[in-house]
Write a protein that binds this ligand. Structure first.
Ligand code: ASP
Length: 365
C-alpha cells in the first residue's frame, strides 16, 4: 500500500521534478520521472451540478449543465500539471435526465479513446443523481483496463465552497495514475475513490454523499495524492461478458418499491408497458406482500425476469431466505441495490436468459 502511495506521489510531482537540478537527481527512477512526459487524459463532460450555475453564490436554486467542457478545464488550471488534458462534450444535462442515447454514445466513445495508444485514461464529469448507474453501466461495457474515472459535485460551480474543482483535480490525478488500471470504472468524490459496483448516493444535499456501504472504498485521493487499498467487487470492464456491439436499444426494466399493503397492480402495469424485467425494491431482505409475490410469480412463469432487491441501503439480499426463489422463479439481487440491479438486468436481457443464468450474473458481477 505504501509503495502505491509513493507511486502516486511521484506521478503528481513529475512536473516539479523537472525543475530539480541534476545534482539533486539521486536515482535512476527519479531520472526516468524527469524525462517522462505527462500522460494524456481525455475529459468527457455530460453535465450535472459540477457544470451547474446559479445567479448567486448562496442560493439553493440552480441549473445543472450550464458550463461547457472548456470552461470546466479552464476552472482548474492546476490539473494541467497532472496530465495533458483534452475535452469533449458528450451531453450537457442534469443526470436526472440521463438516458440510453447518452449512455450508448458515452460507452462507444470511451471504448474508442481507451483503444488509442496515446490516451492514458478518461475522466467523465456527471451529475451525482445517477452517477452510480452510469458508473455501473460503463463498468460492464467498457472493454479496457485503462483508468476510467467519473466525478461530480454536489454544489454548482458558482456556489460558496464549490466542491467541483477539487473533485475534478483528484479525478484527473486518479486517471493519470497507472495504478488505477484494472480496477474497473472508479468514482472520485470528496477525497474518496469508490468502485462502480459499490457506491451509492446517500444524502440529497451533503457534500459527503457517496458511500460504498457494504464493501468499502477502493482508495483515497487527497489533493492529487492517490492511495489504493484494494480492487473492486465483481467482474468488470475487460473481463465482462457484456458487449454493446450492434446494440442500439436496451430492454425496458422497471423498478417497483414494496410497501405496506402492496398489491400487484404496479407490477402488472410495468409488464403491460413492455418491461422485460422487473426489479422489486423490497422491504428488508427483498420481501414483498403475499399479493405482490403472487403477481410477480405469475409474470416469472411467463418469462419476465423478476429480481428481488431491497429498499434498504445496505446488506445482501439472500436467495431462498423468506421466499422460495427456486420455486417462484425469482432472482436474488445479492449486494446489488435496485438501480444497479436494473442496469445489470438490462444488459443481461440483451439475450434470452433463464432465472438460473441471471442468478449467475448477479453472483459474478
Ligand atoms: N441533479 C443534479 C444531477 O444529477 C445533481 C448533482 O449533480 O449533484 O445532475
Amino acid at each position: 500500500m505504501r509503495k502505491r502511495s509513493l507511486y502516486g506521489a511521484v506521478s503528481l510531482l513529475s512536473v516539479a521534478v523537472l525543475t530539480v537540478t541534476t545534482s539533486n537527481v539521486a536515482s535512476g527512477q527519479t531520472a526516468a520521472a524527469k524525462a517522462a512526459p505527462l500522460p494524456t487524459v481525455v475529459v468527457l463532460a455530460t453535465g450535472g451540478t459540477i457544470a451547474g450555475a446559479a445567479a448567486s453564490d448562496v442560493q439553493a436554486g440552480y441549473t445543472s449543465g450550464q458550463l461547457g467542457v472548456d470552461q470546466l478545464l479552464a476552472a482548474v488550471p492546476q490539473a494541467k500539471k497532472l496530465a495533458v488534458l483534452r475535452g469533449e462534450q458528450i451531453s450537457n444535462i442534469g443526470s436526472q435526465d440521463m438516458n440510453d442515447t447518452v449512455w450508448l454514445k458515452l460507452a462507444q466513445r470511451i471504448n474508442e479513446l481507451t483503444a488509442q495508444n496515446d490516451v492514458a485514461g478518461v475522466v467523465i464529469t456527471h451529475g451525482t443523481d445517477t452517477i452510480e448507474e452510469t458508473a455501473y453501466f460503463l463498468n460492464l461495457v467498457v472493454k479496457s483496463r485503462k483508468p476510467v474515472v467519473m466525478t461530480a459535485a454536489m454544489r454548482p460551480s458558482t456556489a460558496m465552497s464549490a466542491d467541483g474543482p477539487l473533485n475534478f483535480y483528484n479525478a484527473v490525478a486518479v486517471a493519470a495514475n497507472k495504478d488505477a488500471a484494472g480496477r474497473g470504472v472508479l468514482v472520485v468524490a470528496n477525497d474518496w475513490i469508490h468502485g462502480a459496483a459499490s457506491l451509492t448516493k446517500t444524502s440529497t444535499t451533503a457534500v459527503q454523499t457517496f458511500l460504498s456501504p457494504l464493501s468499502g472504498l477502493i482508495g483515497t485521493v487527497a489533493y492529487g495524492t492517490v492511495e489504493f487499498y484494494r480492487g473492486p467487487v465483481g467482474k468488470h470492464t475487460a473481463d465482462s461478458e457484456f458487449s454493446l456491439s450492434g446494440v442500439t436499444q436496451l430492454p425496458r426494466v422497471d423498478i417497483i418499491m414494496a410497501y405496506e399493503n402492496m398489491d400487484g397492480a404496479l407490477i402488472d402495469a410495468a409488464v403491460a408497458a413492455g418491461a422485460k424485467g422487473v426489479v422489486i425494491a423490497g422491504v428488508g431482505n427483498g420481501n414483498l406482500t403475499e399479493a405482490a409475490v403472487k403477481t410477480l410469480a405469475k409474470h416469472a412463469q411467463n418469462g419476465i425476469a423478476c429480481v428481488r432487491s431491497s429498499r434498504v441501503t445496505t446488506g445482501v439480499i439472500g436467495r431462498n431466505v423468506e421466499l422460495d426463489d427456486d420455486k417462484l422463479g425469482f432472482v436474488a439481487a445479492l449486494e446489488h441495490n435496485p438501480q444497479k440491479s436494473r442496469v445489470l438486468l438490462r444488459l443481461a436481457l440483451l439475450r434470452q436468459r433463464t432465472p438460473a443464468d441471471l442468478q449467475r450474473l448477479f453472483t459474478e458481477y
